[in-house]
Design a protein around this ligand. Sequence first.
Ligand code: PMP
Length: 402
Amino acid sequence: SSWFSKVIEGPPIEVFALNKAYAEDTFPNKVSLGVGAYRTDEGKPWVLPVVRETEKILAENESLNKEYLPVLGLESFTKAATKMLLGEESPAIIEDRAFGVQSLSGTGALRVGSEFLAKVVGLKVFYYSKPTWENHRLIFLNAGFEEAREYRYWDPKNRNLDINGFLEDLRNAPENAVIILHPCAHNPTGCDPTPDQWKQIAEVIRERRLFPFFDSAYQGFASGDLVKDAWAVRYFVEQGFEIFCSQSFAKNFGLYNERAGNLTIVMNDVMEIPKVKSQITLVVRGMYSNPPNHGSSIVSYVLSNPKLFEQWQGHIRTMSSRIIEMRKQLRQHLEDIGTPGDWSHITSQIGMFSYTGLNECQSEHMIKQHHVYMLKSGRISMCGLTPSNVEYVAQAIKETVT
Ligand code: PMP
């Protein structure tokens, strides 16, 4: 007998199960379009040259040591991250109403932020887009939120944003609900609101007294432009909203396993900041005490060095343009071979993922028949496409939908 004999097996996590199946597949032309991680034209992971360079500089700096970081993290990092998100000219930065909390990548920022909102502020209900990144629900529920709700987002018929459904669901939300928003490169649909639609969303959030929690996992990675990808967040701040925003440096810095992240908090009243900081300190202290140093010190170093910053911006343009190019090629091949249906959404969507419009049955067929690994929802990671496999994938889609 065991203490654990009553434990029942939990459901598998789809992307990780998919990866395992891909790894075990011996078919030579197999294609992995599951996990969201950047790949080069050769299908290889990419450590950004600016990261390698910075690691060497930091490794040789003998004045650095391995002492604990403060509970809220490396201040040079959180300041640089907050500035990158909001922009130097942001009223919140000028008025000293914004600060950052270092976190275990984007996931950790969501978790620390939601635990503070649930346990300290006492909020109970949160909304996420239908569909969303599968982890939002688990993070917020584990953090102490009582009720998860969805707002309409994706219109499968038009393969576009269901803005009316979205606004209507916000209008019907109870006061004090937290609304998780993707500022750019919506995961999984690749479909973002336009600036005009963001203005409508902001209006309802204000009217209904809802709390906006942005989840910024792709700043710079989506369009190649840090300012453009932060537009929605900056708009809310200019409009005087208090916001939380989780930031991940997994994608834009290629630091997936270093867990470099930040929670940016924008508040109205400077006098309230020390109280909030003290409570977040307790949240973090009871969760993991203090954050890791390696990834955050790389990010901090690059963001505060103009030459390296320039070089890094070149890298995010390289990554985003490769993805945009693969979108073009996939659509072109699909159309050239006469695949039934309209494929314009492939190029109008943005970011790492595309919602192909394939249904569950078709997505499973893609895996079983063609060894093209993708999520049941029809989501593919654009990063897994390369000039050498894109034609094969287009052929597989054609055969599947015909
Ligand atoms: N939010 C969204 C929407 C994401 O797509 C991701 C990464 N898949 C994350 C947050 C967080 O990832 P990480 O914890 O690796 O930064």
